[in-house]
Design a protein around this ligand. Structure first.
Ligand code: AMP
Length: 247
């Protein structure tokens, strides 16, 4: 069984995001970029499945500009067998990524497709469910435990009221939550080895897809937080809350 893992290059979680002056996007020049943390978890899980002998190959794919190859090299250094880079200009919306992944799924015929539950740039969480719908296969989102049994998978999902366990027929789509695993550290020899692994770069046009185009008109920063005030008594607190229409 092959596992396809979709990985996205995002602004590193530790960076304070700033808007461009024209508010058409966020500043990425000179900003530290990383693999989306949930995608590292998806890749780690795929590697563990392969290491247990339950999969034969882990293929990583990303859709984005030439710079994404840096993150693909990190994924190869973590242990992916090969990588596919679909060359496309940012921003690319989830439905387009889902269509591209669907085309690759039909070509590669994986038993599992693993994605992050969301990319931390837009926090959309749409790509996995959209892929499952296009492919017509089962999905489990927000997965915190995954077990494979022959042609089925058992997935434990984190939901508002606790944990939900689903049994899915393979092939299926899995999106990963934070508690699924802790991704491994990349060691120097693995970085050297990754240089020899293949990256198959394909122009977006080669897929012959008529992709939707979402236009981002404007981004707004969140309102600045104003300084708080100290109150001496509960009565004073209640007065303030009444004055602000909160109570
Ligand atoms: P999103 O729906 O944008 O929150 O992304 C959810 C997941 O879809 C991510 O964690 C990735 O696994 C995958 N994904 C989103 N965008 C891309 C992309 N451009 N290339 C590859 N995978 C992507």
């Amino acid at each position: 069984m092959k596992i396809l893992v979709a990985v996205k290059r995002v602004i590193d979680y530790s960076v304070r995001v700033r808007l461009k002056p024209d508010r058409a996007g966020v500043v990425t020049d000179g900003v530290k970029m990383s693999l989306n943390p949930f995608d590292e978890i998806a890749l780690e899980e795929a590697l563990r499945i392969r290491e247990r002998g339950e999969a034969t190959e882990v293929v990583v794919v990303t859709v984005g500009p030439p710079e994404v190859q840096t993150q693909l090299r990190s994924a190869l250094a973590m242990g992916a067998d090969r990588a596919i880079h679909v060359a496309a200009q940012d921003p690319i919306e989830p439905l387009s990524v889902a269509h591209i992944l669907h085309a690759l799924v039909l070509e590669i015929a994986p038993g599992l497709v693993m994605l992050g539950k969301q990319a931390i740039d837009d926090d959309l969480g749409q790509t996995g469910p959209m892929l499952a719908a296009l492919w017509g296969r089962p999905q489990a989102t927000f997965v915190s435990k995954l077990t494979l049994m022959d042609s089925k998978a058992r997935a434990v999902r984190e939901v508002d009221h606790g944990l939900e366990t689903l049994e899915l027929d393979l092939p299926a789509v899995i999106t990963t939550d934070l508690r699924l695993n802790t991704p491994r550290f990349i060691k120097m020899p693995d970085i050297m080895k990754a240089r020899q692994k293949p990256i198959d770069t394909r122009p977006l046009a080669s897929f012959g897809l008529d992709l939707p185009k979402l236009t981002i008109e404007r981004l707004e920063p969140p309102p600045e937080r104003t300084a708080g005030i100290r109150v001496e008594t509960v009565a004073e607190l209640l007065t303030h809350l009444h004055e602000r229409g909160i109570l």
